[in-house]
Design a protein around this ligand. Structure first.
Ligand SMILES: NC(=O)c1ccc[n+]([C@@H]2O[C@H](COP(=O)([O-])OP(=O)(O)OC[C@H]3O[C@@H](n4cnc5c(N)ncnc54)[C@H](OP(=O)(O)O)[C@@H]3O)[C@@H](O)[C@H]2O)c1
Length: 348
């Protein structure tokens, strides 16, 4: 798709991240947000006024029926994603789809099947945001591809915090309900974790075995109306083909803070780093190239890099410059399948 005119974009779900998308399309300049759809009149009126957008609807199908619209951003809670993607593709719109892809494997497969029926339309899934669209990912992937670590045989990742999604987004009570969100931190952050870690290995590893535990009911919410049934803390041991093992721990709402840290072990060396763009740009490299030593590498990270802006620009690059999408729905579904297996297999 090549266009000298701005692309017209519709936003479905005008909550916290919907607003970020609107601002970023403006900043990029190659597209204009011409429609908002939301669920309640209150949000719709407030967001149309805030962002100065004149077309608004409580029925997203009205927006999809506008022939001048090129693409939509699906920025509503996860349980709405499958139906919305299917309807958007059937209406001929390209899609930027918020993570997680879906709330269960069946819905994920529905999205994959529908996408295959529309090979001419782009669906970019957002779990590339804090992962493969940021400079750390490319830097570490190149080190691995150049053989600097030898054969990768083990990944270790941990991150846990006392805070949960609801303190971050007070409107996001859906995130505490498994049926609406799919899960807790294993899903909310797990999609980025796998996007980063398995992406370093070109997504080749195939899961063979796992054991895991999850725990909920840890956090007492100040609002007695809030009932969480998602996991708050969990850990897993996974075995992939070709001898790769992966030890994984995530928590939100736990009584302990664990810094976001990844360790990658290879037969010739290892790395320790925090993969998020806001973590330190320094990577600890333990290697045996000349003699055994430990080196701190600084990842070139432009000050201007912003994960959300990079996502918006990447989506438009895919549409306008034929750039290869950094996350397809097939890959997102493969990652979700692993995460749902971790959630369901809670014993060895
Ligand atoms: N918050 C973040 O920073 C963030 C970051 C990355 C990804 N995400 C992902 O983005 C998605 C949305 O998260 P959020 O935090 O922005 O949630 P949010 O603040 O709760 O906003 C969700 C919005 O979706 C609307 N909505 C709900 N059902 C709808 C439907 N059937 N049709 C149209 N609109 C509907 C809601 O409308 P009403 O207000 O009218 O009910 C609300 O405006 C989730 O998949 C989340 O995982 C969020």
């Amino acid at each position: 798709m090549k266009s000298d005119q701005k692309l017209n974009i519709g936003i479905i779900g005008a909550g916290m991240i919907g607003g970020v998308h609107i601002g970023n399309f403006r900043r990029d300049g190659r597209a204009e947000v011409t429609w908002i759809a939301s669920r309640t009149q209150e949000t719709l009126d407030r967001k149309m006024k805030k962002h100065g957008i004149s077309n608004g609807t409580l029925d997203y199908k009205e927006l999809l029926n506008d022939p001048s619209l090129d693409a939509v951003v699906i920025a509503s809670p996860p349980f709405t994603h499958a139906q919305l993607v299917c309807d958007a593709l059937d209406a001929g719109k390209h899609v930027l789809l918020e993570k997680p892809l879906a709330t269960d494997i069946k819905e994920g497969q529905t999205i994959v099947d529908k996408t295959k029926q529309h090979p001419d339309l782009l669906v970019l899934e957002c779990s590339c945001r804090h992962a493969r669209l940021q400079p750390k990912f490319g830097f570490i992937k190149e080190m691995i591809a150049a053989g600097k670590l030898g054969e990768i045989y083990h990944i270790h990742h941990q991150a846990a915090s006392r805070g949960t999604f609801i303190e971050y987004n007070p409107d996001g009570s859906w995130a505490l309900d498994k049926a609406l969100a799919g899960g807790g931190p294993f899903i909310d952050w797990g999609v980025y974790d796998l996007s980063f870690h398995l992406g370093l290995l070109d997504d080749r590893p195939a899961l063979q075995n796992l054991c895991s535990f999850t725990q909920n009911g840890l956090k007492v919410y100040p609002d007695p109306e809030l009932k969480a049934d998602v996991e708050e803390h969990g850990a897993a041991w996974m075995q992939f083909d070709h001898g790769l093992t992966y030890v994984y721990e995530r928590g939100s709402g736990v009584h302990m803070e664990l810094p976001n840290q990844t360790r990658i072990y290879g037969t010739k060396g290892g790395l320790l780093f925090g993969f998020c763009s806001w973590d330190s740009p320094l990577v600890d490299f333990f290697h045996t190239d000349e003699k055994e030593r430990h080196e701190k590498l600084e990842i070139p990270h432009p000050k201007s890099h912003d994960d959300n802006m990079a996502l918006t620009s990447h989506f438009l690059d895919c549409l306008l410059e034929n750039t290869t999408p950094a996350m397809t729905v097939e890959l997102a579904a493969k990652h979700l399948e692993i995460l749902f297996a971790l959630l369901s297999k809670t014993t060895c």
